[in-house]
Design a protein around this ligand. Structure first.
Ligand code: DAH
Length: 335
């Protein structure tokens, strides 16, 4: 049978191959498939070669006709493969670009930088003013001993002053400090006078929460010990400080009592027409100096203590101390 293959049959086979190949090339999903198709169609052992293998059985006149037809088909298929490859590449590139596209109209993913809490900035401002007066910054532990928190500050066991400063006891002799005053003692133990320090920090008291009380709050302690310091130095320093912080307002000193100072005073500032109590102070009690082995005939000085929350609230007109601790951004972002 094969000996009688006709020109028509071969031409039909080539037509069929053309139609099939075109459909297969168009359907190839990826470039790698195209390469396999190319080999299967046009390779040495490909389908075109297989058809042409039968060409030898045609007459010498017919052979060139099939040869020409075969060459055209080959070129056609190469062109089809090339076009398909190009189309697949373009589609892949378009897909990639879609994935990488940048929507310049999209809302930004801005992360706000944040800023310092008003209690921190208030503390820094207070400390800065004293730093400008030559005071050094000192800190002490929040877990304190009974000795530093009370006894060394002339508040022996059973002294009534302890009632106002009840706190959380970790053991019978360690507690959460009720004020920053123990830093006075710790500093003087390690540093012989003259000293000038300012000591900011967190303190604790057994107080019920209300608009002006919090069991955890912040204080700044001030201490100056030198030869020849008297009440005028205390008054001048405290007045200078308060006027630097609040502005050039009237300041008044009222006699008061603290176990670790003698005499003692409470200081008021006339803020928006009203006298506001803002801090305590006094001349360091000779008993405190003696307890540290310092001769009160030679050394004298003054101390002062203030609540950071109160300073912050007065300055910014904040009506409730709890606002400082509830992390409400609508409140905090105002500062
Ligand atoms: N420690 C006192 C308190 O928390 C405040 C105070 C008053 C500190 C007078 C002082 C001072 O250094 O001299 O109530």
């Amino acid at each position: 049978m094969s000996a009688t293959i006709t020109l028509q049959q071969l031409t039909d086979q080539l037509d069929a191959l053309e139609a099939e190949a075109a459909a297969e090339v168009r359907a190839a999903p990826v470039a790698a498939d195209l390469e396999q198709l190319r080999v299967a169609l046009l390779g040495k052992k490909g389908r075109l070669s297989a058809v042409l293998g039968a060409m030898g059985k045609l007459s010498a006149e017919e052979r060139p006709l099939v040869g020409q037809r075969a060459n055209r088909l080959k070129e056609q298929l190469q062109a089809l493969l090339g076009e398909r490859l190009e189309a697949l590449r373009e589609a892949a590139m378009a897909e990639k670009l879609r994935g990488e596209s940048l929507d310049v109209t999209a809302p930004s993913r801005y992360v706000p930088a944040g800023h310092r809490h008003p209690l921190i900035t208030t503390t820094e401002e207070i400390v800065d003013i004293f730093a400008g007066l030559g005071y050094r910054v000192e800190e002490g532990p929040e877990v304190e001993t009974d000795h530093y928190n009370f006894t060394a500050l002339n508040i022996p066991p059973h002294h009534p002053a302890r009632d106002m400063q009840d706190t959380f006891y970790l053991t019978t002799s360690t507690l959460l400090r009720t004020h920053t005053s123990p830093v006075q003692i710790r500093h003087l133990e390690q540093n012989p006078p003259p000293v000038r320090i300012v000591a900011p920090g967190r303190v604790y008291r057994r107080d019920a929460v209300d608009a002006t009380h919090s069991p955890v709050f912040h204080q700044v302690e001030v201490l100056a010990i030198d030869e020849g310091l008297d009440f005028s130095h205390l008054r001048g320093t405290v007045t200078t400080f308060l006027q630097a912080f609040f502005g050039d307002l009237p300041v008044r000193f009222r006699a008061s009592y603290f176990p670790f100072t003698e005499p003692s005073a409470e200081v008021d500032v006339q803020w928006r027409g009203r006298w506001l109590e803002v801090m305590g102070c006094g001349m360091v009690d000779p008993a405190v100096l003696e307890g540290l082995g310092l001769d009160p005939e030679r050394w004298s000085g003054f101390a002062a203590g203030l609540g950071v929350e109160r300073f912050c609230m007065v300055r910014h007109g904040i009506d409730d101390i709890r606002r400082l601790y509830t992390s409400d951004l609508r409140f905090l972002e105002q500062f």
